[in-house]
Design a binder for this molecule. Structure first.
Ligand code: MF3
Ligand code: CO
Length: 248
C-alpha cells in the first residue's frame, strides 16, 4: 500500500530530513585522509541524537552502525569499522537515515578524499546528475518507469552500469515503504505518482558493469568487477506542480 502524506506530515518529514542533510554535511567536511570510518559513525550518532532524533539504520535488521560508509568498489551498506581509514584518492559514499517524532529521513552523498582522479570525479558528478534527471520527470501522473528511464539513460550515456538489485523506495513512518523506485526502466510503465507520495530516489552507479556481489558479512555490497561506485539519494515529496526535495 502506498501512503499519501498530508502537507503537515511532509513538514514533519522535512525536519527529520534536515537532520540527515546536516549530518551528511558534517561527514563531508570530516572526510579527510587518515580519518577512521568508525570515528565518523560515532560523530554521526552524536549529532543525530543531539537533535532529538534516532539513527534509523542502527539495529535495522541487525545493522550494527548508525550510518553506511561505502568506499571505492563498495556500492552501498559498507559498515564503518575501527580498521578502516580514509585514504587520499578514495571516493566515499555516506548514507544516513534519521527518525524524528516517528517520521523518517534518508539521503546519501558521495565525496572524494583529498585529490581524486578526473574519472572518479566524473562518476560522482554523473551520479548526482542522475538524481536531477529523475527530478525532471517527477510530478503527479508521471510513472515510476519515467524515473527509471531518466536515470538509466543518463548513466548509460557515460558507459556506466546502473545497479539493478538495489532500488529506491517509498518512505514515511517506515524507512522502507511501497513503492520500489528502480533506477532503470521504461518510460510510461509502472504506477503513477500522486501528490503526497514521498519517495527516496537513490541512483547507485558503477564505473564498470552493473553487477554486484555481497561480502560474507551479509551487508557490504561491492561491484563484481572491482570498479568504483557512487551513490546519491534524497527524500522527495510529489507536489501538485512537481516535487519538493526534503533533504536538501
Ligand atoms: N538508504 C538505505 C536504503 O535506502 C539505508 C539502508 S541501510 C541499513 O535502503 F543499514 F539500514 F539497512
Ligand atoms: Co534509501
Amino acid at each position: 500500500m502506498i501512503t499519501i502524506k498530508s502537507p503537515s506530515q511532509i513538514e514533519l518529514m522535512r525536519k527529520s530530513n534536515r537532520i540527515v542533510r546536516d549530518t551528511l554535511e558534517m561527514l563531508r567536511e570530516s572526510a579527510k585522509e587518515g580519518v577512521c570510518a568508525y570515528e565518523l559513525d560515532r560523530k554521526a550518532y552524536e549529532y543525530i541524537t543531539s537533535q532529538g532524533a534516532k539513527p534509523s539504520f542502527l539495529h535495522y535488521h541487525g545493522y550494527p552502525a548508525s550510518v553506511c560508509i561505502s568506499i571505492n568498489d563498495v556500492v552501498v551498506h559498507g559498515i564503518p569499522n575501527r580498521k578502516t581509514y580514509l585514504r587520499e584518492g578514495d571516493i566515499v559514499s555516506f548514507d544516513v537515515g534519521a527518525v524524528l517524532d516517528g517520521w523518517h529521513g534518508d539521503a546519501a552523498r558521495t565525496v572524494g578524499v583529498g585529490k581524486i582522479d578526473k574519472y572518479r570525479q566524473q562518476l560522482i558528478d554523473v551520479t548526482k546528475q542522475c538524481f536531477f534527471e529523475a527530478m525532471k520527470v517527477v510530478r503527479p501522473s508521471a510513472r515510476l518507469g519515467d524515473i527509471g528511464q531518466a536515470v538509466q539513460k543518463y548513466a548509460e550515456s557515460f558507459g556506466y552500469g546502473v545497479v539493478r538489485e538495489m532500488v529506491g523506495h517509498g518512505i514515511g513512518r517506515e524507512m522502507h515503504e511501497s513503492p520500489d523506485v528502480p533506477n532503470f526502466g521504461v518510460a510510461g510503465r509502472g504506477i503513477r505518482l500522486e501528490e503526497g507520495m514521498v519517495i527516496a530516489v537513490e541512483p547507485m552507479i558503477n564505473m564498470g558493469t552493473h553487477k554486484i556481489i555481497f561480502d560474507a558479512d551479509g551487508w557490504t555490497v561491492r561491484t563484481q568487477d572491482g570498479s568504483v561506485s557512487a551513490h546519491y539519494e534524497n527524500t522527495v515529496a510529489v507536489t501538485a506542480d512537481g516535487y519538493d526535495i526534503l533533504s536538501l
